[in-house]
Design a binder for this molecule. Structure first.
Ligand code: DAH
Length: 341
């Protein structure tokens, strides 16, 4: 049995030298010197030997076991170190390589302008009121004092849904009715920004979708001078302090009286140029005192309340500021355009 023991130890030692992975080493350990290993088993069979041979056998077996255990430890360390080398080599980073450029997103020019406009109105105490894009004919036209066959409807070619009473809003003005009905009897100071849609020929000057920013103030005793003062304050901040403005009489069904506001062309200082079409003025918004019928439709008694409203196109503001000559760039998704901002 002692011979058997020596042979076993020799085989184990030879095998050990040929192993190259941690897994193989574990298996080897189990096979020979683990709890159920062959050498361990032999050691247990010491009782089968004649009494006088037992100490020698036991000693030798323990000695061999310790030797193999030590050899195993040493081999494990070598293999682990080699494995580590390998992983390091495989996952090596070349820290001297130049980085890949991060391409940064940016705000759409319309978003820029909208945020500037929101800020100015916020400073004057106007909240943002979000109204819906899909409207009823009633809200978009009738309650704003456009009777069914009013010619002004023709100026706003409409996208209808399969239900002729449901349409895409042609302007943000229907939001006026919605905000009044929601806020009555409080005083109102809001702006209503949003997308509008018109079924028109797309040209350099007109798109089928575009933003508007509507404004509405309702309360007791609001006068036309409040409208003028507020809008002049706004244009001073948007176009620069002291830039001359003028109001021209106009017509909208939902305001009376109505006006359009012009600002002196800031490209030629009123001298006349291509952008202002040689008139020296740029038209920037429509406005007026809320029509009594509209106040009534919103739930406000026109004998006790009055209000002013205005509507402007932020794309036009952006075009003027940056000298953009074609409105189709805004929704063309051409990066060569968008990356300039
Ligand atoms: N809704 C008008 C349009 O789409 C713009 C407008 C004009 C809005 C005068 C107003 C206003 O609130 O008072 O052309």
């Amino acid at each position: 049995m002692l011979n058997q023991l020596e042979t076993l130890a020799k085989t184990a030692r030879t095998e050990l030298t040929q192993l190259g992975t941690g897994d193989a080493l574990d298996a080897w350990h189990g096979q020979y010197i683990g709890r159920k290993g062959e050498l361990t088993q032999m050691l247990r069979r010491v009782g089968e030997l004649p009494r006088e041979e037992r100490p020698v056998f036991g000693q030798r077996a323990n000695q061999l076991r310790q030797e193999l255990e030590a050899a195993y430890e040493q081999k494990t360390q070598t293999v682990k170190a080699a494995e580590m080398e390998q992983t390091l080599a495989k996952d090596a980073l070349d820290v001297t390589l130049p980085g890949r450029p991060v391409s940064q997103g940016r705000l759409h020019p319309s978003t820029h302008t909208l945020r500037r406009i929101y800020q100015i109105w916020a400073d004057m105490g106007f909240q943002i009121f979000r109204s819906r894009d899909v409207e009823t004919d009633e809200m978009n036209f009738q309650l704003l004092n456009f009777p069914p066959h009013h010619p002004a409807r023709e100026m706003q070619d409409t996208f209808y849904t399969t239900n002729p009473d449901v349409l895409l809003r042609t302007h943000t003005s229907p939001g006026q009715i919605r905000v009044m009905r929601e806020r009555y009897p409080e005083s109102i100071r809001v702006i209503l920004p949003g997308m509008c849609y018109r079924h028109e020929q797309i040209t350099a000057r007109s798109e089928i979708q575009f933003y508007q920013v509507e404004g509405l103030a309702v309360g007791p005793g609001i006068r036309f001078s409040d409208l003028k003062g507020t809008l002049i304050n706004f244009t001073n901040r948007l176009y620069g302090e002291g830039r001359p403005v003028r109001f021209r009489a106009s017509h909208f069904p939902f305001t009376e009286p109505s006006a359009e506001m012009d600002v002196q062309c800031f490209l030629c200082d009123g001298q006349g140029c291509r952008i202002c079409k040689y008139v020296g003025w740029l038209e920037i918004l429509g406005c007026g005192m809320v029509h009594p019928n509209v106040l009534r439709n919103g739930g406000y008694d026109p004998t006790k309340y009055s209000g002013f409203a205005f509507g402007m196109g932020p794309e036009r503001v952006t075009m003027l500021r940056h000298g953009i000559e074609d409105i189709r760039y805004f929704w063309g998704n051409d990066l060569r355009f968008l990356e300039q901002f």
